[in-house]
Ligand binder design. Structure first.
Ligand SMILES: Nc1ncnc2c1ncn2[C@@H]1O[C@H](COP(=O)(O)OP(=O)(O)OP(=O)(O)O)[C@@H](O)[C@H]1O
Ligand SMILES: [Mg+2]
Length: 242
């Protein structure tokens, strides 16, 4: 589904060049749940931008569903993104002047709007546990609720690939595992997921785990057993032990 081959992304800062992503290669097969783990500044968000076609590489190639995105026009790339990819940004990026439901509907303005879209948005908000909050403006939502609206927005066009940048960052552990349970369900329903986190405890959710360090990406050998968790929390156990 995704093939990243020897990709480098450099940024030119004042007097120096930053190699945010340095000769990275990554493979994401259909139906996988890929986690990318790494500390702050290691290049994770830049890599996700490259995978989603939001950032053009300095060198190397990125293929999404067989399309070499370096060869696509801006319009074709935008179409491919709108059709196939849901992206959850690290900082949720909700529009402050729109209530939750309207924020979820924003991607449908560009693609696949039409009858039934509004009820679909309501269904997705219900799925992320926000039925009661559809009329709430972002400023009145908690940070976990904002993340869930951003996840619902990423799902509205029915993407085959969900890319999520720290969707559980800054959340308490129970809310974090609620979101991971939702992702696990989506994955079991066939959605391919690529997710960035700095929390090594989430490794047990991955079918494939990469670690990023100063722009370099390495594949970790599995399996990734679940760490012991307190009873009563949402996701004790490995992904496939239910
Ligand atoms: N547009 C840009 N211009 C210049 N430098 C950039 C740009 N975007 C990222 N960088 C630099 O590239 C490096 C990697 O940044 P990136 O945001 O990808 O890291 P990250 O792993 O996502 O960090 P965090 O966990 O804090 O979100 C950092 O040194 C950052 O300062
Ligand atoms: Mg980041």
């Amino acid at each position: 589904m995704i093939e990243v081959l020897g990709v480098t992304k450099s940024f030119r800062g004042p007097g120096r060049e930053v190699r945010a992503v340095d000769d990275a290669s990554l493979h994401v097969g259909k139906g996988e749940f890929v986690l990318i783990l790494g500390r702050s500044g290691s290049g994770k968000s830049t890599l996700l931008g490259l995978i989603a076609g939001l950032v053009r590489p300095t060198s190397g190639s990125v293929r999404i569903k067989g399309n070499d995105i370096g060869l696509l026009s801006d319009n074709s790339l935008a179409e491919l993104r709108a059709r196939e990819i849901g992206f959850v940004f690290q900082f949720s990026g909700l529009l402050p002047t729109l209530p939750a439901l309207e924020n979820v509907l924003v991607p449908t303005l560009l693609c696949r709007g039409g009858p039934g879209t509004r009820s679909r948005a309501r269904e997705i908000l219900a799925r992320v546990g926000l039925t009661e909050r559809e009329d709430a403006y972002p400023a009145t939502l908690s940070s976990g609720e904002m993340k869930r609206v951003a996840i619902a927005r990423a799902l509205i066009n029915g993407p085959s690939l969900l890319i999520a940048d720290e969707p559980t960052g800054d959340l308490d552990v129970d809310t974090e595992y609620e979101i991971m349970d939702l992702f696990r369900q989506l994955n079991l329903e066939g959605m391919t997921i690529v997710m960035v986190t700095h929390n090594p405890d989430l490794a047990c959710f991955a079918t494939r785990l990469y670690v990023m360090d100063r722009g370099k990406l390495g594949l970790e050998p599995g399996p990734f057993p679940a760490k012991d968790r307190e009873p009563g929390n949402a996701a004790a156990g490995a992904p496939d032990d239910e």
